[in-house]
Design a protein around this ligand. Structure first.
Ligand code: UD2
Length: 324
């Protein structure tokens, strides 16, 4: 089977993807700097390798280290580039650090891939690139209008991907993730995604915060759907995907108020949220058209919003001791 490289392999999405690749027999090389990734996620990846018998090796490296990245690309056929320093608010507070991780890191990876003769790179792009422009659902042909530094950085990565296809013939595919959630998402950082953060808070009987009036909507997408999209995009013929951008989502919009109510029901949380001012750099709404990914590589969401929430809640309940 193929030798693949997963950047961000100790992270939330990267570790889930690495497990899926190992289960189907690919030889996986992982790269992570543990800035947001966690060693215990790698244990799950190693266990998947043990069960399947597929090879797994790990490079503890930072994408900003061009030589280490170039070395990790040697002998690789396909790269899944999941590593990033996420979070809109983090990028507003410290734009330089996210800039170097997300833009320089992606550039180093593409250079390493080009030098090593890698065939394809599948890139984790972000729905935040659409910004607040009018028009729903979001279609890939819309002009991006990123607001905060983080979406600018993820969009720059997309443009670099397309350029490396056009100029060097490296098959690149960008998947615009729409608010991925699920097991292993970091729940206890000030920059945590809303879902993981709220679950941990409700488990501890703390009142979660809603920025704004809670009527902003997101196309929340369970992590297994993003993993499936990566596998499909990696396997699709180049003439269908190379140099292109695809939304990866469910094609449904759920408000924060609604999400709060579902989580409160699942966790038997009886408190109310604390409403506070809007968060800087936030967009109001997000909803994807997923026809392009369906047509190009047969993507369709396999796990619904509610099913995904149930699985996510069960995982945090099994994993994190209740502090209340
Ligand atoms: C953006 C991107 C997403 C991904 C992510 C990485 C959009 C639509 N999506 O997600 O694709 O790249 O960044 O970080 O831009 N919120 C609360 N209370 C909290 C935490 C968050 O109300 O305790 C709100 C927050 O103001 C926002 C929503 O929940 O309206 C989602 O926030 P998030 O940080 O989980 O993700 P978001 O949408 O910035």
């Amino acid at each position: 089977m193929a030798q693949v490289l997963v950047t961000g392999c100790a992270g939330f999405i990267g570790s889930s993807l690495a497990e899926a690749l190992l289960r189907r027999g690919d030889a996986v090389r992982g790269l992570d700097n543990f800035e947001t990734g966690r060693p215990e996620n790698l244990e799950a990846v190693r266990e998947a390798a043990r069960l399947s018998g597929a090879a797994f090796s790990f490079h503890p490296a930072d994408l900003r280290d061009a030589a280490a990245v170039a070395e990790a690309c040697q002998g690789v056929e396909v790269i899944f580039h999941q590593a990033a320093l996420p979070s809109v608010p983090r990028s507003i507070r410290d734009p330089r650090t996210s800039h170097t991780a997300n833009i320089d890191g992606t550039f180093n990876l593409l250079e390493g891939a080009r030098a090593a003769g890698v065939r394809r790179v599948v890139y984790a792009a972000s729905s935040s690139a659409y910004g607040n422009q009018p028009g729903f659902p979001r279609v890939e042909s819309m002009t991006p209008m990123p607001i905060a530094p983080y979406p600018v950085q993820k969009l720059a990565g997309e443009l670099y991907m397309r350029s490396y296809w056009q100029v060097y013939g490296l098959e690149t595919v960008a998947l615009r993730y729409f608010n991925i959630f699920g097991p292993r998402q970091v729940p206890d950082s000030p920059y945590s995604g809303v879902m993981a953060r709220w679950i941990l808070q409700m488990m501890a009987a703390e009142r979660p915060t809603i920025f704004g009036n809670g009527e902003q909507g997101r196309d929340f997408t369970f992590v297994a759907n993003a993993v499936a999209a990566n596998l499909l995009a990696a396997a699709a013929p180049a003439d269908r995907v190379a140099g292109r951008v695809f939304n990866v989502a469910c094609g449904e919009r759920h408000t924060l108020n609604e999400t709060f109510a579902v989580l409160a029901r699942l966790l038997r949380f009886r408190g109310t949220p604390v409403y506070t001012g809007e968060r800087a750099g936030d967009i109001q709404n997000s909803l994807a058209d997923i026809a392009a990914a369906r047509e190009a590589f047969g993507y369709q969401p396999e796990v619904s919003f509610e099913q995904g929430l149930r699985e996510t809640v069960a995982w945090y309940q099994a994993r994190y001791a209740v502090r209340a």
